[in-house]
Structure formats: C-alpha cells, structure tokens
Design a protein. Structure first.
Length: 292
C-alpha cells in the first residue's frame, strides 16, 4: 500500500484502487469538499505523474478517456484548485510522492491496464440527491429527475412558466460551462426533440451562472446526470462486419500470441532499465508465460 498525506488531501493506493480524500485545510475549495472522497479503480487510470517545483510539487492522475462522467461533463474546464485528480505536494514529501508514483505505475504495468478510451463509465459520478443554487436558479437532481427553480434575478420570459421538471429519460445531453471573462457560464439540459438556440439567460432548460463561488457545484449536477445518460462512445460505436467464426478464432489466437511476445519484450526492457526489480520481473514474466 502507498499513502501520501498533505494539507490539500490524502491519496491512498491499495493495489486495486486509489482513494482520494480532500483535506480539511481552509484552502481546500468548496467544490472538492462537496464532491467528497473518490475511489478510482486501477482500470480507469491511464497514467500518473509527479512534477517537482522549488517550493512545492504536484501529483497528477490521468484517467482513460470516457472513464469518468465528471471529466466528461466538465470538459477540462475545472480549475487546478477544483480538479480532484491533482494534489499539491510539499517539498519535504517529494520522496513519498515519487514512491507513490512508482507503486501505481508498477501496478498498471503488471495488470496490463491499457491507456485507450473506454465505452462505459468506470466511476459512478457524484452521489445523489443533489441541489445547487447559483446564478439565476436552483438545479436539483434525485437520480431520475432534474428540477429547475427560479429566483428573483431570473428573466421574466424564462420564469413565467414556473419551475420545470425534466426526466432523465427525456434528456439527450447536459453541458456545463464556467463563466470566463465577461461571458457568463451555464448548465444546460438538452431535451429530446426540443432543440433550442436561445441563450441560457432565456432558455428554460438552463441555469445561467455569473462567476460566483457556487458556480462549480453545478458541475456536480451535470456529472450526476451524465452518469445516467448513455455513454457517448456507445452512441457512436459502429461495429465492423465480423469474419467467419473459423477465421475469427484463428486471427484472435495469432493476435493474442503476438501480443504476449511483445509483452515479454517490454518486460525485459523495463527490467534492464531498472524499472522492475528482479522479483517483479520474474513474477510478471511467469504470469505471461502461463497465459501462453
């Protein structure tokens, strides 16, 4: 097991998953405190890195594309302070951070976890029920329905029809954008057979955001909804015509044998480079030979 404890949070790796717990320091943002602890299965990881600085460093996790509904919903727009997959590291803990990275990388290597995209979410998304008030309204989600309620700052043209309730089964998408400069942000729910080009200020299926403290919390609502929508990769998956069973089995066997030979060569190179110890190399090599 590998563990690193910092003011910003605690990361623990037990060989199968990483447990990311936000710290209680006053500098930890509202978004990460509200999101709470995350458990990331090893199979959802594409990589891990540690960047050193003069006074502090930073651990970063890279997830496989499509593994996390939160990352899909936010589209890389979370700030560093809100990103749960980054951890600032104090200079006197650099050795611990490097050990942590080595442990995770070795596990990825030995488990042969691919870094390619996935076609199903490997994380469940934020817990529900959720309710966030920000901008010109409140968005609540109970796992099946989104409810939008308006406040005194909402445009009359938008609030005239009153609160709205949207079933997940009627939604085809959700989008969250933070405010940037003079441009306001929003969370928008796309309803099946009801496209709109109206700005969020007037769209009854959107909450407009003005750049205040609680705006990022709307990303939690977006992620919770996204986790219950069809995975984007599943919608675009076009399967090629399958070959005859005999050819398919032969090709699969040949591909599998070649892949195992490549794996043996990779392990040998890692052993020569000092990445794997003699014991780790022997265990990994034996596992591959058994599969052959």
């Amino acid at each position: 097991m590998a563990e690193i404890i910092q003011k910003d949070g605690t990361w623990i790796f037990d060989g199968d998953a990483l447990r990311l717990t936000p710290g209680r320091d006053k500098n930890v943002g509202l978004f990460r405190k509200t999101l709470g602890e995350l458990v990331v299965p090893l199979g959802a990881l594409a990589g891990v890195s540690f960047e050193q600085g003069r006074k502090s460093g930073r651990l970063r996790l890279r997830l496989r594309d499509g593994a996390d509904p939160l990352l899909h919903a936010t589209g890389g727009r979370l700030t560093e302070g809100d990103d749960p997959y980054q951890l600032p590291v104090e200079s006197d803990r650099y050795g611990v951070a490097e050990y942590f990275v080595d442990e995770v990388r070795n596990a990825l290597l030995l488990d042969e976890v691919p870094a390619d995209p996935v076609d199903a979410y490997l994380l469940p998304g934020p817990a529900v029920p959720l309710s966030v008030s920000a901008g010109d309204g409140t968005a609540s989600f109970d796992g099946e329905r989104v409810r939008l309620e308006w406040n005194w700052k909402t445009e009359d043209a938008k609030s005239a029809a009153g609160a709205r309730t949207l079933a997940v089964t009627d939604l085809v998408g959700v989008e969250w954008r933070p405010s940037a400069g003079l441009e306001n942000g929003y969370i928008r729910f796309s309803v099946r057979n009801a496209p709109t080009k109206a700005p969020p200020k007037y769209d009854p299926n959107s909450v407009e955001l003005w750049g205040f403290k609680k705006d990022p919390l709307m990303a939690l609502v977006a992620a919770a909804v996204q986790a219950r929508l069809p995975h984007p990769a599943a919608e675009t998956d076009v399967r090629p015509e399958q070959p005859a069973p005999e050819r398919q089995l032969t090709a699969a066997a040949e591909d599998g044998h070649d892949a195992l030979l490549r794996r043996l060569r990779e392990l040998g190179e890692l052993h020569r480079d000092g990445v794997l110890t003699d014991e780790e190399f022997a265990m990994a090599k034996q596992a591959v030979l058994k599969r052959m």
